[in-house]
Design a protein around this ligand. Structure first.
Ligand code: ZN
Length: 133
C-alpha cells in the first residue's frame, strides 16, 4: 500500500547554491547531507511537513543525475512513494506488466530501501518506491 509521497527528487548542478534557495528563501532546513557513491550523487534532505525535498547533485560527469541535467536541465527528476512492503509492491507491479528499473530493492540515501520503475511504464515520470523502517 502506498502511504504518502515520501520525497521529491530534484536534480541540481550546485547543491550548495540550491540549498541557499531552499533554506534561505523558502525557509526549509537541511537535516542531512549524504553521499551515495553507488549512484554518484550527493543528496541533501529537507523535510517539509510529512514529505521531503531531496536535492541531488552529481559527483561525476557520467552519473545518472549529470546525464539527466544534460538532457533535461535542472529540475524534478523523480517522485518517491513510500510503501509499507517494497518487495510485495515490486512483485505486484511486475506481475501487472510494469517495467522495473530495479528488479530488487536496493539501499538508497537515508537508509531507505528503494526501487525505480521505468518511466515508459509510468506516463513519463521516473517513479521511486521506498520503504523506511
Ligand atoms: Zn529518491
Amino acid at each position: 500500500m502506498v502511504k504518502k509521497i515520501d520525497h521529491i527528487g530534484i536534480a541540481v548542478k550546485d547543491l550548495n547554491e540550491a540549498i541557499r534557495f531552499y533554506e534561505g528563501l523558502l525557509g526549509l532546513k537541511v537535516t542531512e547531507i549524504e553521499e551515495v557513491p553507488d549512484q554518484k550523487v550527493r543528496v541533501a534532505f529537507l523535510p517539509t511537513g510529512d514529505s521531503e525535498v531531496e536535492l541531488l547533485e552529481s559527483t561525476s560527469p557520467d552519473g545518472p543525475i549529470a546525464r539527466f541535467i544534460e538532457k533535461n536541465g535542472e529540475g524534478i527528476q523523480h517522485i518517491a512513494f513510500r510503501v509499507d512492503n517494497i518487495e510485495e509492491k515490486l512483485a505486484d507491479l511486475k506481475s501487472k506488466g510494469i517495467r522495473l528499473i530495479d528488479e530488487k530493492p536496493r539501499r538508497g540515501a537515508g537508509g531507505a530501501m528503494i526501487a525505480f520503475l521505468h518511466p515508459k511504464s509510468t506516463f513519463g515520470t521516473l517513479v521511486e518506491i521506498c520503504e523506511r523502517k
